[in-house]
Design a binder for this molecule. Structure first.
Ligand code: DQQ
Length: 592
């Protein structure tokens, strides 16, 4: 066996050590992955297996990306997703299909849509489901028709509506339904949304793209009376200059001052609209809140909303190509997002799998009307096992408290911190870029002493802190108001070498993800919930006002060698008001 570098040898050694000492929750019940064509030394195999998530949505092997066509139909949740049946890198894309009764346990079915016809023979890319009157689901998806990646929009319908799982899908011969006209850039024309129904008796759908020879991102609008013949509207639903290609648009109504979700076709007085795009240029997801002018058939963001990469994000970390759907069973809107791996391509291939779907989140409009609140679906709580609680514990400057008694690598942690005063908040230097939270986080980090903060959690930490992923707050005083920075910092998450050995492979990506939290500090409290699952830390700041997801690959802080701490490196004492943490059980069924 040859090692590329000293660091590889170190990794191997650590893996062996870890192998003999660690005990992973239910690990012995896991079926080992068939690791493609690469034969690995067994210990490495085992340790890479330790980075598999245990309660997130994952197929047993291979590459996954965007969630597609999520829907609730006759008591069953459906999730389709972009999947490569042949390996752990993107390619050969089909729609894989799983069903669930509770959003926690998932049953794997046969692929629903795969290349087989001239209108999709080079790929079946992302799309959405709409349930038509008469309770008839239909999927709109993007078909790739040639090796130049020309994109058209197709539909598929269930072969048998009385099959509760809707296993088989038919792609009728009148496809494609929508083809790019001369004004549309046909290689940037994809990802149709769930359709909505207008008072004029027409269906509408929006499709993402980019203007020809320009960097204007665009959401084309198409209308149809019968869902079969579609006409492009003269104006797009929305567009914004200089934002590049828009992927996976999403457009849906939200209640003002309400907690329920709304069906995509609902309009009315107490309704605002959310328009989201996945920006290909930055690979983040941005949204604005606005109104839908039904007469003009246009979306108009509210005045103070920023359209583009200084705007609001669903998640300030690893979260892309998301899609929401209305769940009539529980009157809520649910958001699914995909998290790519942040590891080297070499390791993705060695592991034999890449990509997870994040925990589905409910989405509601914040009472301020200025942003969304996201929260893990309540069903996740059924997986909570052993619980520990802390309250009224002071964290003085430089202190950390270990949260013992749970499996830190596979846990759900909900903590509220409080403090007596904002006086010690550091001054926000006006020369800093308010829109570059990530830069600020990478400079200030979790160890640089502050005034009010940094305080928060050290997740997936090794005993002597050789590895850790801190999720924390740092409060600044700007001229006009206090600014709360939230970070999820992967820069110290692993000792593993992050360089890819593959020519075209990607290196590991360990960013100091960060966002500002728009929260009222009058009650002098800040809450944080983190879902920790071996290689993912999904965090919700201040009740879901700011969310950040990190993918990390520790080699010491694995399974029962992972620790969890609450810490404070600010001069102002902070108190753990309440902390509840649970070991998380695995779902009984996860795409076996
Ligand atoms: N992924 C799909 C596209 C979409 C992109 C292809 C976003 O339809 O634009 O796998 O991740």
């Amino acid at each position: 066996m040859e090692f590329r570098a000293k660091s590889d040898f170190l990794v191997f050694l650590l893996c062996c050590l870890a192998l003999f000492n660690i005990n992973c929750v239910e690990a012995s019940h896991e079926v080992f992955l068939n690791l493609q064509s690469l034969s690995l030394p067994a210990p490495l195999n085992h340790v890479y297996h330790l980075h598999r998530t245990r309660y997130h949505f994952q197929p047993r092997k291979n590459w996954i990306n965007d969630p597609n066509g999520p829907m609730y139909y006759n008591g069953i949740y459906h999730l389709f997703y972009q999947y490569n049946p042949k390996g752990a890198v993107w390619g050969n894309i089909v729609w894989a299909h799983s069903v669930s009764k509770d959003l926690v346990n998932w049953k794997k079915l046969e692929h629903a849509i795969y290349p087989s016809k001239p209108f999709d023979q080079y790929g079946c890319w992302s799309g959405s489901a709409t349930v038509l009157p008469g309770n008839k689901p239909v999927i709109l998806y993007t078909g790739i028709v040639d090796d130049k990646q020309t994109q058209v929009q197709n539909y598929a319908v269930p072969a048998n509506l009385s099959d509760p799982y809707l296993r088989l899908w038919i792609k009728p011969d009148n496809n494609p339904l929508i083809v790019a006209d001369n004004w549309v850039n046909k290689t940037a024309f994809r990802d149709p949304t769930t359709a909505w129904f207008g008072k004029d008796g027409k269906w509408r759908v929006t499709i993402g793209g980019r203007r020809k020879r320009k960097h204007r991102g665009i959401a084309y609008l198409y209308r149809s009376k019968d869902f079969m013949r579609w006409t492009k509207a003269k104006h797009p639903l929305h567009s914004a200059a200089g934002t590049g290609n828009w992927e996976c648009p999403d457009f849906f109504p939200v209640q003002v001052n309400g907690k329920n979700g709304l069906d995509t076709s609902v309009t009315g007085r107490n309704v605002k609209y959310v328009f989201k795009v996945s920006l290909d240029v930055t690979r983040y997801e941005y949204y604005t809140i606005g109104t839908y002018d039904i007469k003009k058939d246009k979306y108009i963001p509210e005045k103070d909303m920023i359209d583009g990469w200084n705007g609001l994000r669903y998640d300030y970390g690893n979260f892309y190509a998301s899609k929401s759907f209305f769940d009539p069973g529980k009157n809520r809107r649910i958001l699914w997002g995909w998290a790519n791996e942040s590891d080297t391509t070499d390791n993705d291939v060695k592991k034999g799998w890449a990509g997870i779907q994040l925990i589905p989140r409910t989405v509601v409009l914040d009472p301020s009307g200025k942003q969304l609140l996201q929260w893990p679906v309540e069903e996740l709580e059924t997986l909570r096992g052993k619980k520990v609680e802390l309250s009224n514990q002071n964290l003085n400057k430089g202190e950390k408290i270990e949260i013992k008694g749970i499996t830190a690598a596979q846990s759900d942690v909900d903590v509220t911190f409080s403090f007596n005063s904002l006086d010690k908040a550091e001054t926000f230097d006006p020369s800093w870029d308010r829109y570059d939270a990530q830069k600020l986080c990478s400079q200030k980090g979790s160890t640089v002493e502050g005034g009010l903060g940094p305080f928060g959690l050290l997740t997936l930490a090794s005993e002597n802190l050789e590895e850790y992923t801190p999720v924390f707050f740092r409060v600044f005083k700007a001229q006009d108001k206090h600014l709360v920075l939230m970070c999820s910092d992967a820069s110290r998450s692993t000792l593993m070498n992050g360089n890819s050995s593959m020519k075209d492979g990607k290196d590991a990506y360990r960013p100091s993800f960060a966002g500002f939290v728009n929260v009222d500090l009058n009650d002098k409290k800040l809450s944080l919930r983190s879902l920790i699952d071996h290689s993912v830390v999904e965090s919700f700041g201040a009740g879901g006002r700011t969310c950040i997801t990190s993918r990390v690959y520790p080699i010491l802080a694995v399974c029962d060698k992972a620790h969890l701490y609450a810490f404070n490196n600010g001069t102002e004492t902070v108190k753990i008001d309440t902390l509840k943490a649970w070991s998380m059980n695995r779902p009984k069924e996860m795409n076996h």
